[in-house]
Structure formats: structure tokens, C-alpha cells
Design a protein around this ligand. Structure first.
Ligand SMILES: Nc1nc2c(ncn2[C@@H]2O[C@H](COP(=O)(O)OP(=O)(O)OP(=O)(O)O)[C@@H](O)[C@H]2O)c(=O)[nH]1
Ligand SMILES: [Mg+2]
Length: 429
């Protein structure tokens, strides 16, 4: 119905938590990502929220005044509120109240492209709505009374309707979950096949808009298969909601899987985390994580903290991690890049030398269980030479009377598979 962009008032409770100012800034970004503009901001210092109205009485009055002055459409709160708190503030201020969780759910809903992402977001949305049903029911009841002026007793009819709504939504959730489970089963099968293939897996994680997809695309351009599609990268929050996995093949034939997934933001609603657990499983089961950080954002340290908290929330605690400080080209004080220090790299996803430096760190982590062996393959087993040339890093080939002698770098699995061709260590020296 609204064609013009909605202007909203931000409202946050400062309970002394360290990162309050940052979280309000983040809220403003989320609001912008949802195509709304901020016309004013109201904050209150308070240890504990008011159980009925969340903010104190005076602050509610202030909110009401701000709404009038700016002719605002909505109040957006920095935290998740209880259904009754939302209802009470709405009654006092006469505008809609959207809490942070509802806002994030709206953004995710507008971004979802694939069937799986749509299902995940819809499930989270319905779960969020369930305890809030009474509000929407009241509105509908008002409309009914207004239109019909009916003779039925509101209360009785309402209660039945609420029960009905609840059951309908519960059924809907069960239904969507079933459909999602089918998709997830296929994903799990595919992941298990990849695990069986023995390829190491590397996952890009990090705050939303930090450059994960751009990093992925850069590496895929250099080492991906011919027909690999680029993943979607864009300057917006939550551009990526789906996991994409690509096989990368290095010049020495070594291969690994790289996955890109949904970005993080503080206070990611727990409904969303649980709905997206399968999508996030790609990160949870990786051999190595690359945390991509927007080094050009003044809040990058807060964003890193958010990423670490979110990883903990999804149960990722023990996976080795490279930290990539991205967008080095965008820094106001220019610095040389790529610059490596141990497992951290200052880089730019748009720069090839940077991507090669990142790759060097990745390789050190995931290809450390390789071994170089000398094999003597009889001519009668020529197909093994073909296999090695296609799948391993052959360092040297010599033709001798008994067959083909190769010096080759093998995975431990392949080394034991071809152990019977191995020249004894005395021959090696
Ligand atoms: N200047 C500069 N911009 C970059 C760099 N890397 C990424 N960007 C830009 O940053 C924006 C976000 O990049 P994405 O790769 O989509 O970020 P993401 O981490 O995948 O974001 P989500 O999918 O939303 O979580 C895009 O506009 C990119 O072009 C970089 O090294 N330098
Ligand atoms: Mg992305």
C-alpha cells in the first residue's frame, strides 16, 4: 500500500553493555537494508527493561512525540521485545512497532531466492509469529466488527479464531519442515559423497557484506572448473543466503572444496539460526575456516566479535581459522597488501596477488598430509600413470627397463593404495 519509503524512529535500551553504540549503528544499517529511512533515534539508559512497555513511561511519551514531529510510520527497536510489550507501545504511540528480530526476518525474506532459503525463512517467520498471534487477531476482529457490526460475541469468536489460527500455522510449519527435510536430505547425501571423495573443505565465514562472495568468485575464476557459475556478490546486507560449494583445482592437481554461505549480524534471531542450521553445516563441518573481515569498516573489530559469537552459537569452536582482512584497497590510509602475518592476511578480494597469498595459507593448512614417494609402475599397469598424471603432482618421470619410474606427491590414502609400487627407501636416496 505504501509507495513512498517508510521513515522510522530507532529506539534502543542501553543496559550498559559494551557495544551499545555499535549495535544502534548496525540497526540503522539493517533499517536501510530494508528500504526504510531513519528520521530520529531515541535511547534510554536502563538496567532492566520495563516488563510492560520495555521503555520507561517518560520515554514512551517521548517516542510518541517523535512520531508526531517526524510523521513516522514505525518504531524499530534494537532488541527482540515480548509480544505484549510490542502491543503496549503500539497502543501508546499509535504506530506499528517492529523489533530487531522481525526486521532481520523481513530482510531475509526479501533476499531468499532458492526454495530452501525461502522455506527456511518462512519457517522462522511463522515460529516468530506464533506467540504474537493475538495482535493480528485483534486487528482482524476490529475489522470484522467494523464491517459487519455482527451480533456474535467477540470474545468467544476471537478465542476460537486464535486457536484456529494457531493450529493452521503449526500445520503450515510442519508442512514446510517436511519439504525442507527432503531438500536437506539431498544436500546431506551430496556432502557425504564429497567427504567420501576425501577432498578437504574450506568455508568462508564472516560478517555480512565483508566480501566472502567476492573472495569466492576470485578464487573460482583462478582455479575453478570452466563452467562454474559466479556466486552473487553485491553491496548489500545478506546478499547470500544459500551455500554454494565449488571444487578448486590447483596447478599441481591438488583439489579442495570452497564454500560460501550466509553472513552474520549481531543478535541473529535464534529461529533463523536453527532454520539455517543445514546451510551453516557447511561451515560447521569444514576442515578450515576463512573469516573475511571488512578491514575498511571502522567497526571491523565489533564485526569480528559478532562473527566469533555467532560461530559459537552454531556450535563451531574447534576448526582452524585464517583471518582475512579484506578491502585493503579501500583504506583511507593506504597500506601495502597483501601482507601476511602467520594465519592473518591483509588483502583485497579484487586483487590477484592477494588471492594467491590467501591460497598459499590455505594450502599450508589443508595439504599437510601429503607425502612424496618414488614409484615404479610396470608398463602393464599404464593406467596408473594416467591416473597419477591427472590426479597428483608428478614431479619427475623416468622410463626404465622395468616400467615407468615416477617421483610423485600423494595423499596418504593414495600413498598406501600404491604402496606395492613404492621403491624401498634405500632406492630413494
Ligand atoms: N573495494 C573493495 N570492495 C570489495 C572488496 N571485496 C568485496 N568488495 C565489495 O563489498 C561488497 C560486498 O561483497 P560480497 O562479496 O557480496 O560480501 P559478502 O560477505 O558475500 O556479503 P553477504 O553475502 O551479504 O554476507 C560488494 O559490493 C563487493 O564488490 C575489496 O577487496 N575491495
Ligand atoms: Mg555473499
Amino acid at each position: 500500500m505504501e509507495t513512498n519509503i517508510q521513515n522510522v524512529i530507532l529506539a534502543g535500551l542501553d543496559d550498559g553493555a559494551k557495544r551499545f553504540a555499535y549495535s544502534m549503528e548496525e540497526l540503522a544499517n539493517l533499517v536501510a537494508a530494508n528500504n526504510m529511512t531513519v528520521s530520529a533515534q531515541m535511547t534510554q539508559k536502563l538496567d532492566h527493561p520495563n516488563p510492560a512497555t520495555y521503555f520507561g513511561k517518560g520515554k514512551i511519551a517521548e517516542l510518541k512525540e517523535l512520531v508526531t514531529i517526524h510523521d513516522s510510520h514505525m518504531i524499530v527497536t534494537n532488541d527482540e521485545l515480548s509480544p505484549s510489550q510490542i502491543r503496549n507501545i503500539e497502543a501508546e504511540t499509535e504506530v506499528k512497532v517492529l523489533d530487531r528480530t522481525g526486521l532481520i526476518l523481513d530482510i531475509f525474506a526479501s533476499r531468499a531466492q532458492s526454495r530452501a532459503a525461502k522455506l527456511q525463512v518462512e519457517i522462522a517467520r511463522l515460529q516468530y509469529q506464533l506467540p504474537r498471534l493475538r495482535t493480528s487477531m485483534n486487528i482482524r476482529l476490529d475489522q470484522q466488527t467494523g464491517a459487519g457490526g455482527g451480533s456474535f460475541t467477540n470474545r468467544g469468536a476471537g478465542e476460537t479464531k486464535l486457536e484456529l489460527d494457531r493450529r493452521t500455522i503449526e500445520k503450515q510449519i510442519a508442512h514446510l519442515k517436511e519439504e525442507l527435510a527432503t531438500i536437506e536430505k539431498a544436500d546431506t547425501t551430496r556432502r557425504n559423497q564429497r567427504v567420501k571423495a576425501g577432498l578437504p573443505t574450506v568455508a568462508l565465514v564472516g560478517y555480512t557484506n565483508s566480501g566472502k562472495s567476492t573472495t569466492m568468485n576470485g578464487l573460482v575464476r583462478l582455479f575453478g572448473q570452466h563452467l562454474d557459475k559466479q556466486v552473487f556478490e553485491k553491496d548489500m546486507l545478506f546478499a547470500t543466503l544459500d551455500t554454494s560449494v565449488r571444487v578448486l583445482t590447483l596447478p599441481d592437481q591438488k583439489q579442495f572444496l570452497l564454500s560460501d554461505t550466509v553472513g552474520f549480524v549481531s543478535k541473529l534471531p535464534h529461529n533463523l539460526i536453527s532454520a539455517f542450521r543445514q546451510t551453516l553445516a557447511e561451515a560447521a563441518q569444514a576442515d578450515l575456516l576463512i573469516q573475511v573481515v571488512d578491514y575498511a569498516d571502522p567497526n571491523y573489530q565489533d564485526m569480528m566479535q559478532t562473527t566469533e559469537q555467532t560461530l559459537k552459537a552454531i556450535g563451531v569452536t574447534n576448526i582452524p581459522m585464517i583471518v582475512g582482512y579484506n578491502k585493503a584497497d579501500k583504506l583511507l590510509d593506504p597500506i601495502a597488501y597483501p601482507t601476511r602475518e602467520g594465519d592473518t592476511l591483509v588483502y583485497s578480494a579484487r586483487d590477484e596477488a592477494s588471492l594467491m597469498a590467501l591460497l598459499a595459507i590455505i594450502k599450508e593448512h589443508i595439504f599437510n598430509d601429503y607425502t612424496t614417494v618414488d614409484l615404479l609402475i610396470p608398463f602393464s599397469d599404464g593406467q596408473i600413470i594416467t591416473y597419477l598424471n591427472d590426479n597428483a603432482h608428478v614431479i619427475e618421470t623416468n622410463y626404465v627397463a622395468e616400467g615407468t619410474q615416477v617421483k610423485v606427491e600423494l595423499t596418504l590414502a593414495d600413498a598406501s593404495k600404491y604402496a606395492k609400487y613404492q621403491l624401498s627407501s634405500t632406492d630413494k636416496s
